[in-house]
Write a protein that binds this ligand. Structure first.
Ligand code: NAD
Length: 390
């Protein structure tokens, strides 16, 4: 670990979350003095003891190093006053409640920042959020240096991608860009410069585009299903040694903490009407309804073992999980669904989670909603299997 940067103090507001915590550890472990500010006391206490509140590859090891190197934590925003760099990573969305919380936190942050310090927005924001900051009296009077540096990592790959992805720096003047470019270069992260306006569009477009890309394949699945065509077979034959279709994504509900909400924010922010984008959430809802119909067609009886509840394989994150929506839809159709997920913390969910070995005799109907690697070791011989992702 280098200690060349210890005179620069960095505060990360929202630093106990999925984006903030890996980033805090990464920066601390590059030799800065990092202060995590988070209003979730439970998370803070757990992180202080070296226990991350969620799973992220490599986080335990990085957190241990960061704590050893002097990472500190608080729930008081006022403590950011000694920081040259304040990074904001709290959760954002286009709901009124979330916008009001963001505005109020930003006002508190600006009120407590040192004159001429740098405010780096890393939460996903809109042009409207930026416009409000630029009118804030503390921002104006203190000559705060504002940049928008969107987070673009995938959950689960934070430590690999923080060092390998190019960092977009949205800045409105060369001076602010230079200061933040130097900061990221000191972390061994390469940068690309653009305006704040363009950085906002780039981040929202990227996730709206990814949503569209994953949804289109679900639309073809829906059409095939409704015409009694086995889409899995179609896909296998169509893509076999055919390079022009080799990048087709898997079918599967487009969920998680980012894509659905960022699509919605994109639509609202740029006033998108009567566009393909407005239909994507309907396509995904219909995809799940078709999975429920498939379960009704192929399963014997009304009992199902559902494997996987998180929003993607290998993760413990339940936010925006299609597998949970599917579970509820199946129950509504009269199925008894026994859920199995070795990644889920039982206290985070309001229904029972079972151990597969203890319930495997109770039914032959298996729905693999999320394909966690552990499931490949389960004995699924003679079972009727429906896949949530193809
Ligand atoms: N999760 C992802 O994969 C991902 C990827 C790229 C970008 N993003 C964006 O990053 C941002 C953060 O997402 P996340 O998944 O880390 O959210 P999160 O909910 O996991 O973390 C947010 C953290 O902020 C804290 N917080 C909330 N209000 C606060 C306040 N007033 N004061 C101090 N702390 C507060 C919470 O306690 C939590 O620890 C969002 O804008 C999201 O869109 C997320």
């Amino acid at each position: 670990m280098s200690n060349k940067n210890t005179s620069s103090h960095v505060s990360i507001v929202g630093g106990g979350g999925h984006i903030g915590l890996p980033l805090s550890c990464y920066i601390q472990n590059k030799g800065y003095q990092v202060l995590i500010v988070d209003n979730n006391i439970e998370s803070i206490n757990s992180i202080r003891k070296g226990k991350a509140p969620f799973f992220e590859e490599g986080l335990d090891k990085n957190l241990k190093n960061a704590l050893k190197g002097g990472l500190t934590l608080t729930n008081k925003v006022g403590e950011i006053k000694f920081s040259n760099f304040v990074i904001v990573t709290i959760g954002t969305s286009s709901s009124k409640k979330s916008i009001d919380l963001f505005d109020s936190l930003i006002n508190q942050v600006l009120k407590n920042m040192e004159n001429e310090a740098s405010l780096i927005l890393r939460s996903t924001v809109t042009e409207n959020d930026i416009a409000k900051i630029k009118k804030n009296k503390h921002y104006i009077n203190k000559n705060i240096k504002l940049t928008y540096c969107p987070e673009r990592i995938a959950e689960g790959s934070a430590f690999e991608e923080l060092g390998s992805l190019q960092q977009i720096i949205g800045a409105d003047n060369k001076e602010n860009y230079k200061i933040i470019q130097e900061f990221f270069l000191s972390l061994n992260i390469k940068t690309i410069n653009t305006s704040i306006k363009y950085a906002v569009f780039i981040k929202l477009f990227s996730n709206a585009y990814r949503h569209a890309n994953f949804s289109i394949i679900n639309e073809f699945y829906n059409i095939a299903f409704e015409n009694n065509i086995n889409f899995s077979e179609i896909k296998n034959i169509a893509t076999k040694k055919y390079p022009r279709l080799n990048k087709i994504p898997m079918t599967g509900y487009v969920g998680g903490p980012c894509l659905p909400k960022d699509l919605e924010t994109f639509i609202k922010s740029y006033d998108v009407n009567n566009s393909l984008l407005n239909k994507l959430s309907y396509v995904n809802e219909k995809y799940l309804d078709n999975l429920v119909n498939l379960c009704s067609e192929v399963f014997e009886g009304k009992k199902i073992i559902q494997l996987g509840l998180t929003f993607k394989s290998g993760s413990d994150d339940l936010r925006g999980s299609g597998a949970i929506i599917l579970n509820k839809k199946l129950q509504k159709k009269g199925f008894e669904v026994l859920a199995v997920d070795p990644h889920v913390n039982k206290s985070e969910i309001d229904f029972n989670i079972f151990d597969y070995q203890k319930i495997k005799q109770r039914t032959n109907n298996i729905l693999i909603a999320v394909n966690h690697s552990e499931f490949s070791k389960y004995d699924l011989k003679n079972k009727i299997i429906v896949y949530g992702e193809l």
